[in-house]
Design a protein around this ligand. Structure first.
Ligand SMILES: Nc1nc2c(c(=O)[nH]1)N[C@H]1C(S)=C(S)[C@@H](COP(=O)(O)OP(=O)(O)OC[C@H]3O[C@@H](n4cnc5c(N)ncnc54)[C@H](O)[C@@H]3O)O[C@H]1N2
Ligand code: MOO
Length: 393
């Protein structure tokens, strides 16, 4: 059994950005990752731009200036100033080449066409230089940048309408178990409602992964083999739920190995999620997540999230981590490291009741996991603990 740190290192080592790219309209690229550097086709700002409402002057030794013209935002004309002359100007307007400072209107006195500056004038004050933000042909945003609303706004401000992005990652979710019934139907004795598929597909959708296909399979070797074969051959990533432990009806591990999936690790010294499997067939990544709902979701956030970010080219995206003061006591049983469902708020963290792997109600309230390393056994109120913030919207 390997440690959590070793398992995360193996996941990182074996995940690389997908090479399927496409050109798409920028307006449809929110949350998508750039597959190539984007170069700026223009200087931004494209002209010397006034940052304030006031007067553009050609500075001279006296503090009085003759006002000769006006330039407002959007104007295309370019008055030519002589030393000692000024033009009325407004925020966003092009600054005439011959002007070398802008005085804000609060700092002048006006008498007809004569302006008196009330303070000393600093050269180039309140002028946004040409290309101050981005220079023509410079890299505006690098490959691997995830497009946020600001990113889309920024590229549009450069006149860009299309970008090259990574194609959506295709993901199969394979849910195993004879005991699973569909919510909405009456439960027979021995059955439980199947909930991992919608939980994991919601977690994927929440992170922007929409290309998700769900398969269900009974605890039968041949069916498991067939469904996994189809899922692996048609997808970039396969997530399996359940059937990965050591019981007589846990067929996932055997089927994956028989299908030629290379095992990169199986079993991590952690709770929940001990029997986690990670493997690869050609370029398809396979995670077999333990079926207990809290185990499946913990493994999703700790390992699958990391893999997804790298597959999408966001290799620098990591889960946000912090430290916080515990407002709860906790005693750990056993020597596995543990992830505890918790509520983090203002540098304090509450460890929730009901941490069993089979229980999902506390996950429904949690916004964080407290990480308890192998060698830590007790958490007391006011102890500083490590917190992982869940990437949930
Ligand atoms: N003898 C041993 N038994 C078990 C061990 C072990 O080391 N030795 N490990 C335990 C641990 S830890 C875990 S975690 C589980 C993982 O088992 P599986 O991955 O094989 O999962 P299943 O047995 O299929 O299911 C476990 C549990 O979760 C429920 N489940 C499964 N799928 C769903 C679903 N889609 N929606 C809702 N609930 C689901 C299932 O009914 C079981 O109760 O193994 C332990 N056993
Ligand atoms: O590792 Mo299991 O996920 O404890 O129940």
């Amino acid at each position: 059994m390997i440690s959590i740190e070793e398992a995360i290192t193996i996941v990182k080592e074996h995940t690389k950005p997908l090479t399927n790219h496409e050109t798409k309209a920028l307006k449809d690229c929110l949350g998508k990752t750039l597959a190539a550097d984007v170069f700026s086709p223009i200087n931004m700002p494209p002209f010397r731009q006034s940052a304030m409402d006031g007067y553009a002057v050609y500075k001279h030794d006296s503090n009085t200036y003759k006002i000769i013209d006006e330039v407002k935002a959007g104007d295309g004309h370019q008055p030519r100033l002589q030393s000692g002359e000024a033009v009325r100007i407004f925020t966003g307007a092009p600054v005439p080449n011959s002007a070398n400072a802008i005085i804000i209107q609060e700092h002048v006195s006006i008498d007809n066409n004569t302006l008196t500056a009330n303070n000393p004038i600093t050269l180039n004050a309140n002028i946004r230089p040409l290309g101050e933000q981005t220079k023509k042909d410079d890299v505006a945003l690098k490959r691997g940048t995830k497009l946020t609303p600001a990113g889309i706004g920024f590229l549009t401000s450069l006149g860009i309408t299309e970008v090259m992005i990574n194609k959506p990652t295709s993901i199969a979710l394979v849910v195993t178990g004879n005991e699973l019934a569909k919510a909405g139907k009456p439960l027979k004795y021995g059955q439980i409602y199947e909930s991992n598929a919608i939980m994991l597909s919601s977690a994927l959708n929440d992170l922007g992964y929409m290309n998700v296909e769900i398969f269900s399979v009974e605890d039968d070797y041949q069916s498991t083999y067939n469904v996994l074969q189809e899922a692996i051959s048609n997808n970039d990533m396969v997530l399996v739920s359940g059937g990965i432990s050591v019981g007589d009806y846990d067929f996932v591990g055997k089927a994956l190995l028989d299908l030629g999936v290379k095992q990169l690790f199986y079993k991590v010294k952690q709770k929940p999620g001990k029997p986690l499997f990670f493997g690869k067939k050609d370029d398809t990544l396979v995670f077999a997540l333990p079926g207990n709902p809290a185990s499946a979701l913990s493994c999703f956030y700790i390992y699958v999230y990391t893999a997804l970010q790298r597959v999408s080219g966001n290799e620098h995206f990591e889960l946000l981590k912090s430290t916080a003061k515990s407002i709860s006591n906790f005693t750990k049983k056993g020597d596995r490291a543990q992830f505890l469902k918790a509520i983090y708020n203002n540098d304090k963290v509450e460890i929730l009741e009901g941490q069993n792997s089979s229980m999902i109600h506390t996950f429904a309230l949690a916004n964080a996991l407290v990480y308890v390393p192998e060698n830590l056994h007790e958490i007391a109120i006011n102890d500083t603990v490590n917190v992982i913030l869940l990437p949930i919207n």
